[in-house]
Every structure is written in structure tokens, then in C-alpha cells.
Write a protein that binds this ligand. Structure first.
Ligand code: NA7
Length: 532
């Protein structure tokens, strides 16, 4: 049995959040260690190696701002960087700040217990390594615990099973019959790549999503030179903006515009690519009537790209507002559906009844399959945290408590679980923002908090239950003012009794940042502070 390692802070996960957290902790002179399941850094960008994987936030925004030198030295090649480039960036960050020496790779944290008498967390891993850490920081990622659907007979399938979030690059798909499940961002990105390689690709779709052309292109030296001096200002503007992006919504309400003006503006924003469409008017995520104009526009754009009317009907989204589920970004998805070797099966109309050794059987037919690709998403926001058996005060289980509704004060800390932080946890902007910007804000807030506590001789910090409750109610009230609750999406968590909980905070990145800063300035209002 390895000796227990004593730390000031243990960080779980070596993605964007864990890397920056480690850097900040070490800068403050704290002993810190990251424990990471992968063989290398990168988090979600380490695992999601499927062909076509790329970011849907512009690369220059989806990157760290804390180091002007890093920003100056790294050159993004495309507007939306492909996965290998984002992974290379994170490897560069780890090398540049000499982070790897404090990362334990290929190791999973399995359990953590709070020891009240000693004021530390006792942390266990699947490698038998144990740690004690005064602070436990969960940088586990909001989209990192993959969902595998429970399909009848899946165990009897004799072919290869892949998940986009655990891709195996050694599998050759050339000339194979491929069944793809899922048409979210990952399914939409991987479809054209699978279609190019496979003999036959069958796309099993449950809910059609809206997808907008990515508008991806190489970044020219001229563009990068022009934007470089503007970056500090743009970054600051993004920090104060609703969603953490450089671009903000165009003024005006869609429902008040004339039909011609609206058509023209929607056309421009469609051409701008990706989430640009949601910025066409101020009220698209708030007003049903305005949203319906944009949704109708998007539906006609989608249907217009597909040759077969039956396929067009299947993949054209209906019944939920545009943007209330993640707006997807596509490069060749709808074109791929026009290929002779690609078919779409709507599993709501034609459910899967049985998977056999070499086929998918539905209520209407049999589809041969050598490979099944699951692009079935993640147990979002809470899944990777719930995978760890976390026991707080008096042995209470975080997983058990979150089964009644995920909650965290400011999305950062949980009542009953002292000295524990959740980077991009439930109740913070997280997945409904530029997540790198939100990660930086959380990391910097936590680092400042630890420094303040140390300066004041505080050794124990715990969110108050009523402050947490009030925060989650406030977060929910804001979500209810938007169109997000009108759709089923992974933005909602589910309680054990089936209630939906909206997970991200929608009050705006700027307002959220101000609130976090005000809490810190007010001697960490809403937290109980304890001294030995
Ligand atoms: P998503 O967006 O959660 O997509 C998962 C997809 O898988 C979605 O279309 C699901 O349909 C579908 N799904 C799940 N189970 C099944 C079954 N049993 N049959 C058919 N289809 C199924 O995950 P992604 O990985 O695409 O993207 C996640 C985020 O990562 C993305 O938004 C970016 O922020 C990065 P459903 O919609 O549940 O009906």
C-alpha cells in the first residue's frame, strides 16, 4: 500500500479547469496535485478524438486569457479549432507552465471522505494511492461522463462498439456497415466523416436538432495581427457579457421587425455561422413569438438542403424553440444525408426492438451493422462528480443528496461538504457560456478565496444551506423567464422522483461574476468560516 500523500489541495481532472487550477495553486505556494484518468492532459479534448471533432466557439475566445505571453505565442489555425489542435494547445500549456510533474495520470479518484477532526479530505484512487488534502477541487468537467443507452440485446452484438467521447483511433471504418446513435453536436460532426469511410451508414436519430453551417475557415495572419491588440478589451467585454462571448445580440425584437427586414437579418446571421443565428435579435431566447420566426427560418434552411422529402421531414426539428437545446454547428452534415450510402432512422417512429450479433432490428426493419457508434452524449454537469463516492460531514453522500436535485451555492460549493469546490458546477454559467472564460473565473475566485482564508487564519469553509437554497431558487427563477424550459435537453438534470432541475445559471456571466466577487468582498457571505 502506497504511503498517503499530504497536500494542501487535490484537484480532480486535467482539462482546461484542472490545469489552470494547478498553476494558480502552485503560484500561491500551495502543495497541489492533479489526479487524471487519461494518459495525458486535455480532459474532454483528450477523450473526444472522433473524426470531425472540433470546437463550436471561436478558437481565439475558447482559450486562456490569463497569460498574455501564452496568448501571443499560440497561433490558432482555424476559426473553430479541430480537436487535435485544442489538445496540442493544452499540452503546450502543461509544458509551458511545467504542470505535468504534479499530475498523476491514468488514475481515477474513486472516493473522498471529509475528516472533520483533521479538517481535511481523505481521497482514494483506483490505483490504491491515497491522499489527504485540505481542499478538494473538482475540475471534472461538465461533459465528461459518457451516456451509453441501454438497448435491448446490445451485449450480444459481436461487432465493434465505439463512443464518440471514448474514441478508439485504431478502429478502421473503411467499407464497414456503421450504425450511429445520436444527432447532437457530436453525432452531427461525426456523420460526414463516417459517411466518407463506411459502406453504409445508418443514423439512428431520436430528436432532430437545429444545425447551422459552422462558417469555419482558416485564420489569416492579417486577421490575427488585427485582433491581437484588441484582445484584452474584447476579453474584458466578454467577461461582462451575458454568455461570455465577444459577439453580443443585435438590437431589436424579432416580433417587431417587418417580415422583409427579419428575413434579411436572419439570413445575415445564418451566414455568420454557428451560434450567430441566436444573436440576430435580443429576444430570441426569451420570446416565443420572436423565436418562432427564427425557428421557422432555420427549418426552411434545413429542409432546403436535403433532397429526399422523407429524410427532410425526419431531420427537421419541430416542437421546441430554436436554441432551447444546444444549437449545433455543421460542416457537411446535411450534405452527407444526401449520399446514397446514408439513411436516417427515426427511433421515435421506428423504435429499436433488438440488437443481434450483426444488426440493429427496429419495429420496421433490420439494419446490418459491423460497428455501432454511440454519440449519445453525457450525464452533463453532475455525472463525473457523482461517479466519485464523496462523503461530507457526518458521512453524508453527495451522490445521494444530488439525487434529490443537484445544488451548489454559486455553483461553487455544497452545503455539508466543507472545503470542496466544484468548477463549473450546477448553478453556475458553465455549459451555457464560453466555458473557458467561466473556468478562468471560477479558478481565479477559488484561488483568491484560499489566499483570503489563509490570511485570516480560516481553515474551514462551508456553504450555508439556506444561501445555497436561495441561490438555486434564484437560478431556477431566471431559467423560467427564458425559453430553455420548453425543451427536453441535457441542460436539465433529473431528480430521483423525475423532477427536472435546470443546471446552468442564466443570469449572465457579468452579473454572476459580480455576485461572486461581492460574496468574497462581504467576508464570504453565505459561507460558514471556521478556525482551528
Ligand atoms: P448530446 O448533445 O447530448 O447528444 C446526444 C444525442 O444522443 C442526442 O441526439 C440524443 O437524443 C441521442 N440519444 C441518446 N440516447 C439515444 C438512443 N437510445 N437512441 C437514439 N439516440 C439517442 O451529446 P453530444 O456529445 O452530441 O454533445 C454534447 C455537447 O458537447 C455539445 O452540445 C457541445 O457543447 C459539446 P435526445 O436528444 O436525447 O432525444
Amino acid at each position: 500500500m502506497a504511503e498517503t500523500v499530504k497536500l494542501d489541495a487535490l484537484v480532480v481532472g486535467a482539462g482546461f479547469a484542472g490545469l489552470y487550477m494547478l498553476h494558480k495553486l502552485r503560484e500561491q505556494g500551495l502543495s497541489a496535485q492533479v489526479v487524471e484518468a487519461g494518459k495525458g492532459v486535455g480532459g474532454t479534448w483528450y477523450w473526444n478524438r472522433y473524426p470531425g471533432a472540433r470546437c463550436d466557439i471561436p478558437s481565439v475566445e475558447y482559450s486562456f486569457s490569463f497569460s498574455p505571453e501564452l496568448e501571443r505565442d499560440w497561433r490558432w489555425s482555424e476559426r473553430y479549432a479541430p480537436q487535435p489542435e485544442i489538445l496540442a494547445y493544452l499540452e503546450h500549456v502543461a509544458d509551458r507552465f511545467d504542470l505535468n510533474r504534479n499530475i498523476q495520470f491514468e488514475t481515477r479518484v474513486t472516493a473522498a471522505q471529509w475528516d472533520e477532526a483533521a479538517t481535511y479530505w481523505h481521497v482514494e484512487t483506483d490505483r490504491g494511492q491515497a491522499y489527504t488534502a485540505h481542499y478538494l477541487i473538482l475540475a471534472t468537467g461538465a461533459l465528461s461522463a459518457p451516456n451509453l443507452p441501454d438497448l435491448p440485446g446490445l451485449d450480444s452484438f459481436t461487432g465493434t462498439v465505439l463512443h464518440t467521447a471514448k474514441w478508439d483511433e485504431s478502429v478502421d471504418l473503411t467499407g464497414r456497415n456503421v450504425a450511429l446513435f445520436g444527432t447532437g453536436s457530436s453525432g452531427i460532426q461525426v456523420t460526414p466523416e463516417l459517411a466518407k469511410r463506411a459502406a453504409q451508414l445508418t443514423v439512428f436519430q431520436r430528436t432532430p436538432n437545429f444545425a447551422v453551417p459552422a462558417g469555419n475557415h482558416p485564420l489569416s495572419d492579417e486577421y490575427l495581427a488585427e485582433i491581437a491588440p484588441q484582445l484584452p478589451g474584447l476579453r474584458e467585454q466578454a467577461r461582462q457579457s451575458p454568455l461570455g462571448f465577444f459577439a453580443t445580440p443585435s438590437p431589436g425584437l424579432a416580433k417587431e421587425a417587418t417580415a422583409d427586414a427579419r428575413a434579411q437579418r436572419l439570413e445575415q446571421h445564418w451566414a455568420a455561422g454557428t451560434t450567430g443565428l441566436l444573436l440576430a435579435y435580443e429576444d430570441l431566447l426569451f420570446d416565443e413569438e420572436s423565436n418562432s420566426h427564427a425557428a421557422e427560418f432555420a427549418r426552411s434552411k434545413i429542409a432546403g438542403q436535403i433532397n429526399d422529402p422523407e429524410t427532410a421531414r425526419k431531420v427537421t426539428p419541430q416542437g421546441y424553440p430554436l436554441g432551447s437545446r444546444r444549437l449545433c454547428s455543421e460542416i457537411g452534415f446535411y450534405d452527407a444525408l444526401n449520399r446514397d450510402n446514408v439513411a436516417v432512422v427515426d427511433v421515435r417512429e421506428e423504435p429499436v426492438t433488438q440488437i443481434t450479433g450483426d444488426a440493429i432490428q427496429t419495429s420496421d426493419g433490420t439494419y446490418p451493422a459491423d460497428v455501432i457508434v454511440f454519440a449519445t452524449g453525457f450525464d452533463a454537469v453532475v455525472g463525473a462528480i457523482n461517479a466519485i463516492d464523496i462523503r461530507g460531514e457526518g458521512g453524508r453522500s453527495l451522490r445521494e443528496e444530488w439525487a434529490d436535485g443537484p445544488r451548489a451555492y454559486l455553483g461553487l460549493a455544497v452545503a455539508g461538504f466543507p472545503n470542496l469546490f466544484t468548477i463549473t458546477g450546477p448553478g453556475s454559467p458553465s455549459v451555457l457560456s464560453n466555458v473557458v472564460l467561466s473556468i478562468e473565473q471560477h479558478v481565479e475566485w477559488i484561488a483568491q478565496c484560499l489566499s483570503d482564508l489563509d490570511a485570516r487564519g480560516v481553515t474551514r469553509l462551508e456553504a450555508q444551506a439556506d444561501a445555497e437554497q436561495e441561490w438555486m431558487e434564484h437560478s431556477d427563477a431566471i431559467a423560467q423567464q427564458t425559453l430553455f424550459p420548453r425543451a427536453n435537453s441535457w441542460y436539465h438534470g433529473r431528480t430521483r422522483d423525475g423532477r427536472r432541475v435546470f443546471l446552468p445559471y442564466l443570469g449572465g456571466c457579468g452579473a454572476y461574476r459580480d455576485k461572486c466577487n461581492a460574496v468574497a468582498a462581504d467576508n464570504y457571505a453565505g459561507f460558514d468560516l471556521g478556525r482551528d
